[in-house]
Structure formats: C-alpha cells, structure tokens
Design a protein. Structure first.
Length: 237
C-alpha cells in the first residue's frame, strides 16, 4: 500500500512557532475499487521539531469536521467519520480513474482565546488533499470560500489562490511550509499566480489565511474576528 501523509498545521498569529493543528492522512493502493482510508489527526511539532499526535478526549473537538470526496467525473459524496483513539476515520471506494479531491471543513472549532488583547478568534478550517487512481489525469475542482489550485510544471509549483471565487490581489501572502519544517512566503503576481521551487522531497504545506472583522459569541465565548484558513498539501517524491 502506498501511504501519503498530508500534514496540516496551525501557526500562531504572532510568530513562526508551530502550534497544534489538524491534518488529513490518506492510505490506499491507487487502484479502482480498492478502499481509500481517510484519517484526520490532531497534533503538531514541538520546539525540538519532533512530531507528536494527540489522542483520547483531545480529539473530541474534531467531531464537526465534514469530509467529502469529489470524483473526477464531478460526483460528490460525504464520507461518514467516527472517532478512534488517536484519529477520526472514514472510508471511500473510488470507481474511476483520475484525481479525487478530498476535503474536510470545520466551522465549529473552539474559539482561540486571546482575551488580554481582545483578539479572540473564531477559526474556520479547510483541509485539502488529492488522491490519484491509476495515474489518471481527469479531475474536477470545487471552490469553497477559500481555495488553492496547485499545478506542477517541471520542478516548480504554481499556486492559484482564490477567495470567494475571485483570484486574490497581487502581493497577498501565501505561506509555504517545507518538508524540512522551515517556511517561506510567496506572493501572487498580477496574473494571480504564485510560484516556488520544489527543491526538496516530501510534504509541502501551502496556506492561505483571511481574517474578517466580525464580533460574536460561540459556545459562550466572545470573539472579535474570524480566521479562514485553507491548507493544501503537496507531496513531492
């Protein structure tokens, strides 16, 4: 079985240190009619850059993630998930060749509390991964509120970021977390395209954030803005 790990991390607003976050983990043979296992995990990277995975009650807040798969022919289904000891899990059986879009969205994550600075934030998280069956090239895309379309041209990644279906403005910051746990920033040009070299093998995390001034109360906690975060993971072999 070929195993593809999609590591999706939250980043603290004020610095570059990793904090706890969520990621999709896909496990399948890449063949039609073979089961694709979809896991959502919760964990992070500590100060020594050692990766850890949380378990037990720490996973309870992940219950509102909605997982969907969009087939190459455009058929979209919701994948039921259930909680296990150190992950949430669901299953999907691909019936055609091509590239499947696997997404997970959660609009009900707990408020990130920064009460001293009146900066409590309500996070809205979008996770994205792709799964290829029999090296097929056909695919469909569906844009949530935030979206990143990523294409590969030789040893370069081309990133096309959108907010509400509209290409972002030139100069918008796109953050890239490299396989060696370092990070860089890139910005789209006037044509809405950002690029970066694929000089390392492993998983690249490509992130687009948008903060919206919006005050409200969620689960009895006041927040002052919403953070929409979209993470796209790209594996380079």
């Amino acid at each position: 079985m070929n195993k593809i790990f999609y590591l999706l991390f939250f980043l603290l607003l004020s610095n570059f240190a990793y904090a706890d976050g969520y990621w999709l983990e896909l496990d399948g043979s890449g063949k039609r009619n073979d089961t694709l296992t979809i896991k959502i995990r919760y964990g992070g990277v500590n100060d020594e850059k050692v990766r850890y995975i949380k378990n037990g009650d720490d996973l309870n807040k992940m219950k509102n993630f909605t997982v969907t798969v969009l087939s190459p022919s455009g058929k979209k289904i919701t994948v039921p998930i259930q909680q296990k000891y150190d992950h949430w899990i669901g299953y999907y059986i691909p019936k055609e060749d091509g590239i499947f879009q696997v997404a997970a969205i959660d609009t009900k994550l707990p408020v990130v509390e920064r009460e001293k600075n009146l900066q409590n934030i309500k996070p809205i998280q979008y996770l994205h991964a792709t799964y290829t069956v029999n090296n097929g090239k056909k695919y469909k895309e569906e844009m949530p509120y935030l979206y990143l379309s990523v294409k590969i041209k030789k040893d370069t990644a081309l990133v096309f970021p959108f907010i509400n279906g509209v290409p972002v403005k030139a100069g918008t910051s796109i953050r890239i977390f490299l396989p060696n746990n370092q990070d860089i920033k890139v910005t789209p040009d006037d044509h809405g395209t950002a690029t970066f070299p694929l000089s390392l093998k492993g998983n690249y995390l490509i992130r687009l954030d948008q903060y919206v001034d919006k005050k409200g109360v969620f689960e009895n906690k006041t927040y002052y803005s919403e953070r929409h975060r979209y993470d796209y993971s790209l594996e380079v072999k």
